[in-house]
Design a protein around this ligand. Structure first.
Ligand code: NAD
Length: 352
């Protein structure tokens, strides 16, 4: 995906406007200076990228300048419902809806990923632990060869697993890149906390410097783990992927992460296999779905998006894959959002 702007440029502009924009702010009757800066910078963003190049990972010179203490303004990433993307703190755009591939293997995985790409999905989530990186990579390469996408159009995430993989992070990360075989990886996550996670994260930072990975992040890190981890690392994670659905909402964790300028992504957005029937049968969700002429899956995914949570529903069914992209022709009212928020039970659907 395209790199929208340099964080360094934004921080610098933010500082300048914060210093001299007081009057302008008052004149305009708005206190949204950071949003104004963001809009201004996005307008001047490069119109194209050179996505194929691993040697040139679209890193601007300006990015290298360290912001001073006064310039350290954290910007909460805003979803753009027109482009269906959000810009990560690394400067790269990530689509806000994608396909999860946990439990997809072999031909079924290849055809599901290709079906998603043909239906406009531009975000694919895999992991070393899913054992399907080869298939995901093959699907992406085939879609490129068939002219469905260019490499730069699709955003591929993978993860390394605790235990043996995190003991040898450089080897495990390289193995992911080799199995995917699509040049660079858009986003690499540590799948879970691990005794060696700090070292593994630093190795991911090194891979970013080498242009093999564009952005890095974490999965299954909550407030306590983040409080301990973040002060020890140089790069603020671009994204954190945690379990989020109407019965497990993480209403304290989501704003905590977002306020750090980190994008939140939800796994099990539909509750996960074995739990979807209950969610799809929930009277609140079915009533809202009927009102909008949408499916329950669409209502749940839209609720996630309106909370600023990127969704990666899993499916091998082409109809469901397409349905899960059709999330932009309706929106939930504040009252409907509140009614779904009230369904929270703190009910985790997996152990981690
Ligand atoms: P999910 O919540 O996306 O639900 C998947 C289930 O919903 C499947 O049974 C599927 O057939 C069904 N479904 C999908 N779309 C539907 C539709 N429109 N109508 C009816 N049924 C529909 O669960 P998931 O796939 O396990 O999780 C999503 C993704 O999150 C995974 O594929 C994986 O990429 C990621 N994940 C990450 C972690 C982690 O630890 N980081 C853990 C689990 C999953």
């Amino acid at each position: 995906m395209r790199k929208r702007f340099s964080l360094g440029v934004i921080l610098l502009l933010a500082f300048i406007l914060a210093a001299c924009g007081q009057d302008a702010t008052e004149e305009n009757g708005t206190n949204g200076s950071v949003e104004m800066i963001q809009a201004a910078v996005i307008e001047t963003a490069p119109s194209d990228e050179s996505p194929e190049s691993v040697e040139e990972p679209a890193v601007s010179d300006k990015e290298e300048s360290e912001p001073s203490a006064e310039e350290e303004i954290i910007m909460k990433a805003e979803f753009d419902f027109e482009t269906r993307t959000v810009t990560l703190n690394s400067g790269y755009e990530i689509p806000i809806n994608g396909l999860g591939t946990y439990s997809l293997h072999g031909e079924e995985c290849i055809s599901s990923v290709k079906s998603a790409l043909s239906n406009g999905v531009r975000l694919i989530d895999t992991a070393s632990a899913y054992g399907n990186e080869e298939e995901v990579g093959q699907a992406v390469r085939e879609a490129i060869d068939e002219g469905i996408i260019r490499r730069g159009d699709v955003f591929v995430t993978t993860k390394i697993y605790p235990g043996d993989e995190m003991k040898n992070p450089a080897q495990s990360i390289q193995a992911c890149i080799d199995r995917l075989d699509i040049g660079y990886v858009d986003l690499m996550l540590l799948h879970h906390p691990d005794p060696n996670d700090l070292e593994a994260y630093k190795v991911m930072e090194q891979f970013v410097k080498e242009g093999k990975i564009r952005s890095i992040g974490l999965s299954n890190w909550y407030v306590e783990e983040l409080t301990e981890f973040l002060p020890q690392v140089e790069t603020v994670p671009a994204l954190i992927q945690n379990e989020i659905h109407p019965y497990y909402q993480e209403n304290e964790v989501i704003p905590y992460i977002q306020d750090l300028g980190i994008v939140v992504q939800g796994w099990y957005p539909l509750g996960g296999r074995g739990h979807t029937a209950e969610l799809f049968g929930d009277p609140v969700i079915t009533e809202i779905a009927e009102k909008h002429g949408a499916s329950c899956a669409q209502v749940i995914l839209r609720w996630n998006l309106q909370k600023g949570v990127v969704v990666i529903p899993g499916s091998s069914n082409p109809d469901h894959i397409r349905e899960n992209t059709e999330l932009y022709h309706f929106s939930l009212t504040e009252d409907e959002m509140e009614r779904i928020n009230a369904l929270d039970r703190g009910e985790k659907h997996d152990w981690y």
